[in-house]
Ligand binder design. Structure first.
Ligand SMILES: [Zn+2]
Length: 246
């Protein structure tokens, strides 16, 4: 699914466009000039569907050099091992996310609790995956595009958003930090930090993005400020923005 020249959605489950496994987060493909990276990797099941969408985007699988993880939750990270092997791509994440994904820590990835609640089928596994750590403000060139990492904790330990300037403005891949219409996902997990979440949303708003490309749900292709404004208003009133899942 082409969103913009250079940005495709190649994976997305039930909380999105249902073009790959139901448990998948959005998986974005950013490409330019014969170079490409993926943002997030889905849950690791039925990965042929993601590969088919990459092919349909007319991007060579060999062009994909990196898989950048927003955070370690299994719907975003459990597909990294299979895709990195299939594509010959390196996996990149913050130090905290790298520690979870490298060790295959299924509790920290939300998989153990998710299986018990029925949110994940037993086949979803987080297998130990080689990961290269990246820091806040790390950049990577994708053709003529500069892709940048932003530390944005709050939803989960070591969460990162990624930004890239495209024709109509700045696009921010927000993972599970912030969704369309200013929604958030605050979980009852020890690494959820509401004050950090507020600071992270403010830091993303300060980038003045035009596009918001979250890990689930609607994508915002213009006028991101309209979606940020209600979240910021709630935070200014010491309230949490409304939940993504109700
Ligand atoms: Zn998450």
């Amino acid at each position: 699914m082409r969103l913009h020249p250079g940005i495709d959605v190649v994976g997305s489950g039930l909380l999105g466009f249902s073009i790959s496994h139901p448990e998948d987060s959005h998986v974005y493909l950013l490409h330019d000039g014969g170079q490409a990276v993926l943002i997030d990797s889905g849950c690791g099941l039925d990965q042929d569907l993601i590969l088919q969408h990459i092919d349909a985007a007319d991007v060579a699988r060999t062009a994909i050099s990196g898989i950048y993880l927003t955070h370690a939750h299994a719907d975003h990270s459990a597909g990294a091992l299979g895709l990195s092997r299939e594509l010959g791509a390196q996996v990149y994440a913050s130090a905290e996310v790298a520690a979870i994904v490298r060790s295959g820590d299924e509790a920290a990835a939300g998989l153990e609790a998710g299986r018990l609640s029925g949110a994940y089928p037993p086949e979803v596994r987080l297998l130990p995956t080689p990961v290269t750590e990246i820091v806040d403000d790390a950049t990577c060139e994708v053709g003529t595009l500069t892709f940048r990492a932003h530390r944005t904790s709050g939803h989960a330990d070591g969460h990162m958003c990624f930004s890239v300037r495209v024709g109509i403005g700045l696009a921010v891949f927000t993972g599970d930090l912030l969704f369309s219409r200013g929604r958030v996902a605050v979980l009852a997990t020890p690494d959820t930090d509401v004050s950090a979440l507020a600071n992270s949303i403010r830091s993303i708003a300060a980038l003045e993005p035009e596009l918001l490309l979250p890990g689930h749900g609607c994508v915002v292709m213009s006028g991101a400020a309209q979606h940020l404004r209600p979240a910021l208003a709630r935070l200014d009133g010491q309230e949490l923005p409304p939940p993504f899942m109700v």
